[in-house]
Design a protein around this ligand. Structure first.
Ligand code: PLP
Length: 432
Protein backbone atom coordinates (compact mmCIF):
# COMPACT_ATOMS: atom_id res chain seq x y z
CA UNK A 1 0.00 0.00 0.00
CA UNK A 2 1.43 3.42 -0.89
CA UNK A 3 1.67 5.74 2.08
CA UNK A 4 -0.45 8.86 2.30
CA UNK A 5 0.96 11.56 0.05
CA UNK A 6 2.97 9.09 -2.06
CA UNK A 7 3.08 9.42 -5.84
CA UNK A 8 0.47 6.72 -6.36
CA UNK A 9 -1.85 8.37 -3.87
CA UNK A 10 -1.52 11.79 -5.52
CA UNK A 11 -2.34 10.24 -8.88
CA UNK A 12 -5.48 8.61 -7.61
CA UNK A 13 -6.74 11.99 -6.38
CA UNK A 14 -5.90 13.67 -9.70
CA UNK A 15 -7.56 10.89 -11.66
CA UNK A 16 -10.87 11.52 -9.93
CA UNK A 17 -12.08 14.25 -12.28
CA UNK A 18 -14.93 16.63 -11.64
CA UNK A 19 -17.94 15.43 -13.64
CA UNK A 20 -19.22 17.89 -16.28
CA UNK A 21 -22.76 17.59 -14.98
CA UNK A 22 -23.40 17.03 -11.30
CA UNK A 23 -24.42 13.44 -10.68
CA UNK A 24 -27.26 14.29 -8.31
CA UNK A 25 -28.89 17.00 -10.37
CA UNK A 26 -32.50 16.04 -9.60
CA UNK A 27 -34.37 17.40 -6.60
CA UNK A 28 -34.55 15.02 -3.66
CA UNK A 29 -37.41 12.54 -4.11
CA UNK A 30 -37.79 10.17 -1.16
CA UNK A 31 -39.89 7.03 -1.74
CA UNK A 32 -43.32 6.72 -0.11
CA UNK A 33 -42.78 5.31 3.35
CA UNK A 34 -44.90 4.59 6.39
CA UNK A 35 -42.45 4.85 9.29
CA UNK A 36 -43.73 2.42 11.93
CA UNK A 37 -40.46 1.79 13.73
CA UNK A 38 -39.22 3.17 17.05
CA UNK A 39 -38.60 6.59 15.48
CA UNK A 40 -38.06 8.57 13.42
CA UNK A 41 -41.67 8.42 12.29
CA UNK A 42 -43.53 10.04 9.39
CA UNK A 43 -43.93 13.72 10.30
CA UNK A 44 -47.31 15.44 10.41
CA UNK A 45 -47.91 17.08 6.99
CA UNK A 46 -48.36 20.47 8.64
CA UNK A 47 -44.91 20.12 10.26
CA UNK A 48 -43.36 19.53 6.86
CA UNK A 49 -45.29 22.51 5.51
CA UNK A 50 -44.08 24.69 8.39
CA UNK A 51 -40.50 23.78 7.55
CA UNK A 52 -40.87 25.19 4.07
CA UNK A 53 -42.05 28.59 5.35
CA UNK A 54 -39.76 31.51 4.40
CA UNK A 55 -36.81 32.33 6.60
CA UNK A 56 -36.59 35.55 8.58
CA UNK A 57 -33.60 37.14 10.28
CA UNK A 58 -32.31 35.99 13.63
CA UNK A 59 -33.58 39.06 15.50
CA UNK A 60 -36.58 39.81 13.30
CA UNK A 61 -39.51 40.57 15.60
CA UNK A 62 -41.36 37.71 13.88
CA UNK A 63 -38.54 35.33 14.82
CA UNK A 64 -38.28 36.38 18.45
CA UNK A 65 -42.07 36.24 18.74
CA UNK A 66 -42.04 32.71 17.24
CA UNK A 67 -39.42 31.72 19.81
CA UNK A 68 -41.62 33.07 22.60
CA UNK A 69 -44.68 31.25 21.24
CA UNK A 70 -42.68 28.03 21.01
CA UNK A 71 -41.61 28.38 24.64
CA UNK A 72 -45.20 28.91 25.72
CA UNK A 73 -46.41 25.92 23.68
CA UNK A 74 -43.75 23.64 25.18
CA UNK A 75 -44.65 24.73 28.70
CA UNK A 76 -48.01 23.12 28.06
CA UNK A 77 -46.44 20.00 26.49
CA UNK A 78 -44.16 19.53 29.52
CA UNK A 79 -46.90 20.58 31.98
CA UNK A 80 -44.72 23.21 33.57
CA UNK A 81 -44.58 26.86 34.43
CA UNK A 82 -40.77 26.85 34.06
CA UNK A 83 -39.65 30.11 32.47
CA UNK A 84 -36.59 28.23 31.19
CA UNK A 85 -38.41 26.14 28.60
CA UNK A 86 -36.76 26.32 25.19
CA UNK A 87 -35.10 24.38 22.38
CA UNK A 88 -31.55 23.15 22.01
CA UNK A 89 -30.52 23.00 18.35
CA UNK A 90 -29.49 19.46 17.49
CA UNK A 91 -31.01 16.02 17.91
CA UNK A 92 -32.27 14.73 21.26
CA UNK A 93 -28.73 13.85 22.22
CA UNK A 94 -27.89 17.57 22.02
CA UNK A 95 -30.51 18.29 24.67
CA UNK A 96 -29.18 15.49 26.87
CA UNK A 97 -25.64 16.70 26.50
CA UNK A 98 -26.59 20.33 27.18
CA UNK A 99 -28.50 19.37 30.32
CA UNK A 100 -25.78 17.13 31.67
CA UNK A 101 -22.72 19.18 30.88
CA UNK A 102 -24.39 22.33 32.23
CA UNK A 103 -25.67 20.74 35.45
CA UNK A 104 -22.76 18.43 36.30
CA UNK A 105 -19.57 19.88 37.71
CA UNK A 106 -16.45 17.79 37.18
CA UNK A 107 -16.16 15.36 40.08
CA UNK A 108 -19.90 15.44 40.94
CA UNK A 109 -21.41 12.09 41.73
CA UNK A 110 -24.13 11.14 39.24
CA UNK A 111 -26.49 8.19 39.57
CA UNK A 112 -27.95 6.58 36.43
CA UNK A 113 -30.38 3.67 36.73
CA UNK A 114 -29.91 1.74 33.49
CA UNK A 115 -32.73 -0.32 31.99
CA UNK A 116 -31.70 -0.20 28.34
CA UNK A 117 -29.35 1.37 25.83
CA UNK A 118 -30.30 4.96 26.55
CA UNK A 119 -29.48 4.66 30.25
CA UNK A 120 -26.00 3.67 29.11
CA UNK A 121 -26.01 6.81 26.95
CA UNK A 122 -26.79 9.02 29.96
CA UNK A 123 -23.98 7.35 31.91
CA UNK A 124 -21.61 7.84 28.98
CA UNK A 125 -22.46 11.53 28.65
CA UNK A 126 -22.15 12.04 32.44
CA UNK A 127 -18.73 10.41 32.28
CA UNK A 128 -17.66 12.78 29.50
CA UNK A 129 -18.90 15.63 31.73
CA UNK A 130 -16.24 14.35 34.17
CA UNK A 131 -18.74 13.06 36.73
CA UNK A 132 -18.11 10.18 39.08
CA UNK A 133 -20.76 7.95 37.56
CA UNK A 134 -22.64 5.26 39.46
CA UNK A 135 -25.10 2.97 37.71
CA UNK A 136 -27.61 0.42 38.87
CA UNK A 137 -29.15 -1.99 36.39
CA UNK A 138 -32.16 -4.21 35.89
CA UNK A 139 -32.42 -6.75 33.07
CA UNK A 140 -33.65 -5.27 29.77
CA UNK A 141 -37.44 -5.52 29.72
CA UNK A 142 -37.90 -4.33 33.29
CA UNK A 143 -38.08 -0.98 35.14
CA UNK A 144 -37.00 0.12 38.64
CA UNK A 145 -39.23 0.23 41.71
CA UNK A 146 -38.88 3.68 43.33
CA UNK A 147 -37.56 2.03 46.50
CA UNK A 148 -34.55 0.61 44.64
CA UNK A 149 -33.73 4.05 43.26
CA UNK A 150 -34.04 5.56 46.74
CA UNK A 151 -31.67 2.95 48.21
CA UNK A 152 -29.12 3.81 45.52
CA UNK A 153 -29.54 7.53 46.19
CA UNK A 154 -28.85 6.92 49.89
CA UNK A 155 -25.75 4.86 49.07
CA UNK A 156 -24.28 7.05 46.30
CA UNK A 157 -25.42 10.51 47.52
CA UNK A 158 -25.37 11.88 43.97
CA UNK A 159 -25.60 15.52 42.97
CA UNK A 160 -27.79 14.47 40.04
CA UNK A 161 -30.01 11.54 39.12
CA UNK A 162 -30.26 10.90 35.37
CA UNK A 163 -33.19 8.70 34.44
CA UNK A 164 -34.62 7.83 31.04
CA UNK A 165 -38.42 7.87 31.02
CA UNK A 166 -39.03 5.67 28.00
CA UNK A 167 -36.07 3.58 26.90
CA UNK A 168 -36.72 2.97 23.23
CA UNK A 169 -34.32 0.02 23.10
CA UNK A 170 -36.55 -2.08 25.37
CA UNK A 171 -39.83 -0.08 24.99
CA UNK A 172 -40.12 0.16 28.79
CA UNK A 173 -41.54 3.25 30.54
CA UNK A 174 -39.95 4.02 33.89
CA UNK A 175 -42.53 5.48 36.33
CA UNK A 176 -41.26 8.93 37.36
CA UNK A 177 -44.10 10.16 39.55
CA UNK A 178 -42.45 9.28 42.90
CA UNK A 179 -38.85 10.02 41.93
CA UNK A 180 -38.95 13.83 42.11
CA UNK A 181 -40.06 13.77 45.74
CA UNK A 182 -37.26 11.34 46.58
CA UNK A 183 -34.73 13.59 44.86
CA UNK A 184 -36.03 16.68 46.65
CA UNK A 185 -35.88 14.83 50.00
CA UNK A 186 -32.24 13.91 49.45
CA UNK A 187 -31.10 17.14 47.76
CA UNK A 188 -30.51 15.57 44.35
CA UNK A 189 -31.13 17.26 40.99
CA UNK A 190 -33.56 15.19 38.93
CA UNK A 191 -33.02 15.00 35.16
CA UNK A 192 -35.02 12.83 32.75
CA UNK A 193 -34.61 11.99 29.08
CA UNK A 194 -38.15 11.89 27.69
CA UNK A 195 -37.12 11.72 24.02
CA UNK A 196 -39.19 8.68 23.18
CA UNK A 197 -42.10 9.18 25.52
CA UNK A 198 -43.06 12.87 25.61
CA UNK A 199 -46.55 13.59 24.23
CA UNK A 200 -47.37 9.89 23.90
CA UNK A 201 -47.36 9.06 27.61
CA UNK A 202 -48.11 11.20 30.66
CA UNK A 203 -45.30 13.57 31.64
CA UNK A 204 -45.78 16.14 34.41
CA UNK A 205 -42.60 18.17 34.79
CA UNK A 206 -43.83 20.28 37.71
CA UNK A 207 -46.06 17.78 39.51
CA UNK A 208 -43.33 15.12 39.35
CA UNK A 209 -40.59 17.47 40.53
CA UNK A 210 -38.31 17.41 37.49
CA UNK A 211 -35.34 19.80 37.52
CA UNK A 212 -34.50 19.17 33.90
CA UNK A 213 -36.05 17.19 31.07
CA UNK A 214 -35.21 16.91 27.41
CA UNK A 215 -36.82 15.38 24.33
CA UNK A 216 -36.72 15.26 20.54
CA UNK A 217 -39.31 15.79 17.84
CA UNK A 218 -38.99 12.52 15.95
CA UNK A 219 -41.15 10.33 18.18
CA UNK A 220 -44.56 11.19 19.64
CA UNK A 221 -44.22 14.88 18.78
CA UNK A 222 -44.43 13.92 15.11
CA UNK A 223 -41.61 15.96 13.61
CA UNK A 224 -38.15 15.38 12.16
CA UNK A 225 -35.12 14.96 14.39
CA UNK A 226 -32.96 18.02 14.82
CA UNK A 227 -34.45 20.06 17.66
CA UNK A 228 -34.47 19.19 21.33
CA UNK A 229 -37.11 20.72 23.61
CA UNK A 230 -35.80 21.25 27.14
CA UNK A 231 -37.29 22.51 30.38
CA UNK A 232 -35.38 23.56 33.50
CA UNK A 233 -36.62 24.24 37.03
CA UNK A 234 -35.53 27.35 38.94
CA UNK A 235 -33.17 25.16 40.96
CA UNK A 236 -31.54 23.90 37.76
CA UNK A 237 -31.27 27.45 36.41
CA UNK A 238 -29.56 28.53 39.66
CA UNK A 239 -26.92 25.83 39.20
CA UNK A 240 -26.42 26.84 35.56
CA UNK A 241 -26.25 30.55 36.45
CA UNK A 242 -23.66 29.87 39.13
CA UNK A 243 -21.42 28.64 36.30
CA UNK A 244 -22.11 31.61 33.99
CA UNK A 245 -19.59 32.84 31.52
CA UNK A 246 -20.25 35.25 28.65
CA UNK A 247 -18.02 35.16 25.60
CA UNK A 248 -15.42 37.84 25.09
CA UNK A 249 -16.64 40.20 22.40
CA UNK A 250 -20.19 40.35 23.75
CA UNK A 251 -19.37 40.39 27.48
CA UNK A 252 -20.60 43.47 29.32
CA UNK A 253 -19.52 45.06 32.56
CA UNK A 254 -21.04 43.22 35.48
CA UNK A 255 -21.22 39.87 33.69
CA UNK A 256 -20.11 37.21 36.14
CA UNK A 257 -17.33 34.86 35.12
CA UNK A 258 -17.34 31.63 37.08
CA UNK A 259 -14.13 29.66 37.33
CA UNK A 260 -16.01 26.36 36.96
CA UNK A 261 -17.76 27.45 33.76
CA UNK A 262 -19.41 24.85 31.52
CA UNK A 263 -16.77 23.09 29.42
CA UNK A 264 -18.74 23.27 26.20
CA UNK A 265 -19.53 26.45 24.36
CA UNK A 266 -22.34 25.14 22.16
CA UNK A 267 -24.11 23.31 25.00
CA UNK A 268 -23.63 25.92 27.73
CA UNK A 269 -27.24 26.35 28.79
CA UNK A 270 -26.37 29.65 30.49
CA UNK A 271 -25.46 31.13 27.11
CA UNK A 272 -28.42 29.44 25.41
CA UNK A 273 -30.74 30.91 28.06
CA UNK A 274 -29.26 34.37 27.46
CA UNK A 275 -30.00 33.97 23.76
CA UNK A 276 -33.61 32.89 24.36
CA UNK A 277 -34.15 35.36 27.21
CA UNK A 278 -34.64 39.13 27.26
CA UNK A 279 -30.93 39.87 26.76
CA UNK A 280 -31.00 38.06 23.39
CA UNK A 281 -27.24 37.68 23.69
CA UNK A 282 -25.84 36.28 20.49
CA UNK A 283 -24.90 32.60 20.66
CA UNK A 284 -25.68 30.16 17.81
CA UNK A 285 -27.99 31.18 14.96
CA UNK A 286 -31.29 29.55 15.88
CA UNK A 287 -32.16 26.89 13.27
CA UNK A 288 -35.17 28.71 11.87
CA UNK A 289 -36.82 25.85 9.94
CA UNK A 290 -36.42 23.54 12.93
CA UNK A 291 -37.96 26.20 15.16
CA UNK A 292 -40.95 26.31 12.82
CA UNK A 293 -41.15 22.51 12.96
CA UNK A 294 -40.89 22.38 16.75
CA UNK A 295 -43.51 25.09 17.10
CA UNK A 296 -45.89 23.20 14.80
CA UNK A 297 -45.38 19.90 16.67
CA UNK A 298 -46.32 21.54 19.96
CA UNK A 299 -49.16 23.50 18.35
CA UNK A 300 -50.69 20.22 17.17
CA UNK A 301 -50.53 18.87 20.73
CA UNK A 302 -52.09 22.04 22.10
CA UNK A 303 -54.89 22.12 19.50
CA UNK A 304 -55.79 18.45 19.80
CA UNK A 305 -55.32 18.66 23.58
CA UNK A 306 -52.43 17.09 25.46
CA UNK A 307 -54.59 14.47 27.15
CA UNK A 308 -56.32 13.62 23.87
CA UNK A 309 -52.97 13.12 22.13
CA UNK A 310 -51.78 10.86 24.94
CA UNK A 311 -55.09 8.94 24.77
CA UNK A 312 -54.69 8.57 20.99
CA UNK A 313 -51.24 7.08 21.51
CA UNK A 314 -52.58 4.73 24.16
CA UNK A 315 -55.37 3.58 21.88
CA UNK A 316 -53.06 3.02 18.91
CA UNK A 317 -50.57 1.24 21.17
CA UNK A 318 -53.25 -0.99 22.68
CA UNK A 319 -54.56 -1.81 19.21
CA UNK A 320 -51.07 -2.63 17.92
CA UNK A 321 -50.37 -4.81 20.97
CA UNK A 322 -53.63 -6.70 20.45
CA UNK A 323 -52.86 -6.92 16.73
CA UNK A 324 -49.39 -8.41 17.08
CA UNK A 325 -50.70 -10.86 19.66
CA UNK A 326 -53.48 -11.72 17.19
CA UNK A 327 -50.72 -12.59 14.71
CA UNK A 328 -49.20 -14.94 17.29
CA UNK A 329 -46.30 -12.71 18.38
CA UNK A 330 -45.12 -12.62 21.95
CA UNK A 331 -44.57 -9.10 23.28
CA UNK A 332 -41.17 -8.52 24.86
CA UNK A 333 -40.64 -7.47 28.49
CA UNK A 334 -42.92 -6.33 31.28
CA UNK A 335 -45.80 -5.25 29.06
CA UNK A 336 -47.54 -3.53 31.98
CA UNK A 337 -44.67 -1.01 31.96
CA UNK A 338 -44.37 -0.58 28.21
CA UNK A 339 -44.54 2.84 26.54
CA UNK A 340 -47.85 3.38 24.76
CA UNK A 341 -46.15 4.26 21.53
CA UNK A 342 -43.95 1.26 20.77
CA UNK A 343 -44.05 -2.49 21.21
CA UNK A 344 -41.23 -5.01 20.86
CA UNK A 345 -42.13 -8.48 19.63
CA UNK A 346 -40.04 -11.63 19.64
CA UNK A 347 -39.14 -12.58 16.06
CA UNK A 348 -40.66 -16.04 15.45
CA UNK A 349 -38.28 -19.04 15.25
CA UNK A 350 -36.99 -19.58 11.74
CA UNK A 351 -37.87 -16.12 10.41
CA UNK A 352 -34.78 -14.20 9.19
CA UNK A 353 -35.49 -10.96 11.04
CA UNK A 354 -33.57 -8.46 8.93
CA UNK A 355 -34.67 -10.03 5.64
CA UNK A 356 -38.33 -9.97 6.70
CA UNK A 357 -38.02 -6.31 7.77
CA UNK A 358 -36.49 -5.69 4.35
CA UNK A 359 -39.56 -7.25 2.74
CA UNK A 360 -41.83 -4.97 4.79
CA UNK A 361 -39.91 -2.00 3.41
CA UNK A 362 -39.44 -3.03 -0.19
CA UNK A 363 -42.86 -4.61 -0.78
CA UNK A 364 -45.07 -2.47 1.44
CA UNK A 365 -43.05 0.71 2.03
CA UNK A 366 -43.39 0.14 5.76
CA UNK A 367 -40.43 0.54 8.09
CA UNK A 368 -40.25 -1.32 11.38
CA UNK A 369 -37.13 -1.64 13.56
CA UNK A 370 -35.06 -4.20 15.36
CA UNK A 371 -33.18 -3.19 18.53
CA UNK A 372 -29.71 -2.87 19.97
CA UNK A 373 -27.22 -5.04 21.79
CA UNK A 374 -28.76 -8.22 23.23
CA UNK A 375 -32.06 -7.51 21.48
CA UNK A 376 -30.63 -7.00 17.99
CA UNK A 377 -32.13 -9.63 15.71
CA UNK A 378 -34.22 -11.00 18.59
CA UNK A 379 -37.07 -8.47 18.51
CA UNK A 380 -38.80 -6.17 16.10
CA UNK A 381 -39.96 -2.83 17.41
CA UNK A 382 -43.17 -1.44 16.01
CA UNK A 383 -44.09 2.14 16.79
CA UNK A 384 -47.38 4.03 16.67
CA UNK A 385 -46.32 7.60 17.23
CA UNK A 386 -47.31 11.14 16.41
CA UNK A 387 -48.98 11.32 13.01
CA UNK A 388 -48.85 7.50 12.74
CA UNK A 389 -50.75 6.87 15.97
CA UNK A 390 -53.70 6.31 13.62
CA UNK A 391 -56.08 3.45 13.00
CA UNK A 392 -55.30 3.11 9.27
CA UNK A 393 -51.54 3.09 9.95
CA UNK A 394 -51.98 0.38 12.60
CA UNK A 395 -54.21 -1.81 10.41
CA UNK A 396 -52.08 -1.38 7.29
CA UNK A 397 -48.97 -2.44 9.20
CA UNK A 398 -50.71 -5.52 10.56
CA UNK A 399 -51.88 -6.53 7.08
CA UNK A 400 -48.33 -6.28 5.76
CA UNK A 401 -46.88 -8.15 8.73
CA UNK A 402 -49.33 -10.98 8.21
CA UNK A 403 -48.35 -11.32 4.56
CA UNK A 404 -44.64 -11.29 5.35
CA UNK A 405 -44.98 -13.84 8.16
CA UNK A 406 -46.87 -16.15 5.84
CA UNK A 407 -44.16 -15.80 3.23
CA UNK A 408 -41.65 -17.12 5.76
CA UNK A 409 -43.84 -20.09 6.58
CA UNK A 410 -45.36 -18.90 9.86
CA UNK A 411 -48.88 -20.23 10.42
CA UNK A 412 -50.94 -17.10 11.05
CA UNK A 413 -54.66 -16.86 11.83
CA UNK A 414 -56.19 -15.18 8.74
CA UNK A 415 -56.78 -11.49 9.59
CA UNK A 416 -55.94 -12.36 13.21
CA UNK A 417 -53.96 -9.16 13.69
CA UNK A 418 -56.30 -6.76 11.93
CA UNK A 419 -59.39 -8.12 13.66
CA UNK A 420 -57.86 -7.96 17.13
CA UNK A 421 -56.73 -4.38 16.53
CA UNK A 422 -60.05 -3.35 15.00
CA UNK A 423 -61.82 -4.77 18.07
CA UNK A 424 -59.76 -2.49 20.31
CA UNK A 425 -60.77 0.49 18.19
CA UNK A 426 -64.41 -0.58 18.18
CA UNK A 427 -64.46 -0.87 21.96
CA UNK A 428 -62.94 2.56 22.50
CA UNK A 429 -64.62 5.92 22.78
CA UNK A 430 -61.32 7.81 22.21
CA UNK A 431 -60.70 9.50 18.88
CA UNK A 432 -58.80 7.20 16.50
C1 PLP B 1 -34.73 7.49 24.77
C2 PLP B 1 -33.82 8.09 23.75
N1 PLP B 1 -32.88 8.96 24.15
C3 PLP B 1 -32.04 9.53 23.28
C4 PLP B 1 -32.09 9.24 21.94
C5 PLP B 1 -31.12 9.90 21.01
O1 PLP B 1 -31.82 10.70 20.15
P1 PLP B 1 -31.21 11.41 18.85
O2 PLP B 1 -30.92 10.31 17.90
O3 PLP B 1 -32.33 12.30 18.42
O4 PLP B 1 -30.02 12.16 19.29
C6 PLP B 1 -33.06 8.34 21.47
C7 PLP B 1 -33.14 7.98 20.04
O5 PLP B 1 -33.81 7.11 19.63
C8 PLP B 1 -33.93 7.75 22.41
O6 PLP B 1 -34.88 6.90 22.01
Amino acid sequence: MPSVGSVADTHSVKDREMPDTPQFAGPIAPPARLLMGPGPISAYPSVLAAMSAPLVGQYDPFMTAAMGETQELYRSVWATTNEATLLVDGTSRAGIEAAMISLIRPGDRVLVPVFGRFGHLLAEIAERAMAEVHTIEVPWGQVFPASVIEQAILRVKPALLGLVQGDTSTTMLQPLDEIGALCAKHGVLFYSDATASLAGNPFEADAWGLDAATAGLQKCLGGPSGSSPITLSERAVEVIRSRSRVEAGIREEGDAEASDFVRSNYFDLGMILDYWGPRRLNHHTEATSMLYAARECARIVAMEGRDAVIARHRLAGDAMLAGVRGLGFEAFGDVGHKMSNVVAVEIPEGVPGDEARGAMLSDFGIEIGTSFGPLHGRVWRIGTMGYNARKDAVLTTLVALEAVLRRYGVAVAPSGGVEAAADVYAASSAEA
